[in-house]
Write a protein that binds this ligand. Structure first.
Ligand SMILES: C[S@@+](CC[C@H](N)C(=O)[O-])C[C@H]1O[C@@H](n2cnc3c(N)ncnc32)[C@H](O)[C@@H]1O
Ligand code: SF4
Ligand code: SF4
Length: 340
């Protein structure tokens, strides 16, 4: 049962979210070019939709679309087109999947980085499978950032959150990655994202594994644990969250399209292309614009369908179903520097 302390803390966190939302909502109202999509979209590539984990807040276990690697010819066609459009942000950002479970991962890193206009490329991962790769080849493949989703307070806590008994392997891989990266003067920006678990904060902060990892990174992990407010999204109501996690509020959004529709495209592992990388885990929503195999990225980005989606939202005529229920809705302007 929720204690009075937990209740007050969650109310305080809710208020902080509300104030941040309001700030973005008001500030971005005055943003110039508020409703102009980027000329060159950011591109998120789901190199694989395979993931062995079953995190408590993720619909991976519910997903019915095939778990597959993106075909190499589909990948290269999409990257070539993105380069032609002038895109500088091309990442292996998957909706569902773990990029390290893709045997072509390094090849894809090399392919993207051959184009000088792309200065950064990276991916989110549990790091459970880093040991499948040769480290020299991994460091040589051009990746500049890796975000590690993890828990650092023991095997049981990890298993409860990730649904798999892979703590020891993850920890060994994380220590290796950090040590090797430090030894090579940090060519990769390794960012650790500690997932919300029900353990007490002091229990997490005093865990020997947490302390060990903290010695290997400049990131302030303790601050991250202290900041954790347990608000997450529920993927449009698809995921039944455990009782200690709270659903992000469903903020009002009429006439205010989400900035993601002006920012970039999502390339799913089956070749489908969507207007948002965020919550369409089956890749079947109204935000699906076509497929890499049949359409060009330019025609999908600049085409009528996406223009209509943005315009209908702005005029109040229609908000896509997936967006109406989405707790990751973000009212910021595309040019975020002015609105953060
Ligand atoms: C969908 S995952 C894919 C990459 C990789 N499998 C991983 O977990 O890092 C991308 C990020 O979304 C986060 N995520 C998944 N479900 C979430 C939710 N309901 N609320 C907030 N973040 C979520 C994951 O923890 C991860 O950091
Ligand atoms: S959050 Fe990532 S690791 Fe967890 S189940 Fe989803 S895709 Fe897999
Ligand atoms: S509201 Fe949600 S699904 Fe819609 S574009 Fe924004 S993040 Fe994506």
């Amino acid at each position: 049962m929720q204690s009075a302390n937990d209740f007050l803390r969650s109310q305080g966190a809710w208020l902080r979210h509300a104030l941040r939302f309001l700030k973005h909502y008001i500030l971005c109202h005055f943003q110039k070019n508020r409703w102009i999509p980027l000329d060159a979209p950011a591109i998120s590539v789901e190199n694989t939709s395979v993931c062995n984990s079953r995190c408590v807040f993720c619909p991976n276990g519910l997903m019915e679309r095939p778990r597959q690697q993106m075909k190499m010819d589909v990948f290269t066609k999409a990257v070539d087109e993105a380069i032609q459009m002038g895109s500088t942000d091309i990442d292996l950002f998957v909706t569902i999947g773990d990029p390290l479970l893709d045997p072509h991962l390094l090849e894809r890193g090399h392919y993207i980085r051959q184009f000088p206009q792309v200065r950064d490329v990276g991916f989110n991962t549990t790091l459970q499978w880093l040991h499948l790769f040769n480290l020299d080849e991994f460091f040589g493949s051009g990746f500049t950032w890796v975000h590690v989703s993890t828990v650092l307070c023991g095997r049981e806590s990890y298993r409860n959150f990730f649904g798999v008994d892979k703590y020891d392997q993850m920890l060994a891989n994380l220590v290796t990655l950090l040590e090797e990266n430090n030894r090579r003067s940090k060519p990769i920006n390794v960012e650790i994202g500690i997932k919300p678990t029900p353990e007490r904060r002091d229990e997490i902060l005093s865990h020997p594994d947490f302390k060990r990892v903290q010695t290997l990174t400049d990131q302030d992990l303790a601050a991250q644990v202290r900041r954790e407010d347990f608000f997450v999204c529920d993927w449009g109501g698809s995921v039944q969250l455990p009782s200690y996690l709270h659903r992000m509020p469903l903020w009002p959004r009429r006439h205010r399209p989400c900035y993601r529709l002006f920012q970039g495209l999502m390339l799913f592992s089956n070749g489908k292309v969507g207007a948002c990388a965020c919550r369409d885990f089956e890749a079947t929503s109204e935000l699906i614009l076509g497929s890499v195999e049949e359409n060009s990225l330019a025609e999908m980005w600049h085409g009528k369908q996406l223009q209509q989606i943005r315009a209908d939202w702005r005029t109040g005529k229609k908000i896509p179903d997936v967006c109406r229920k989405c707790r990751s809705y973000d009212p910021r302007a595309v040019i975020k520097e002015h609105c953060n």
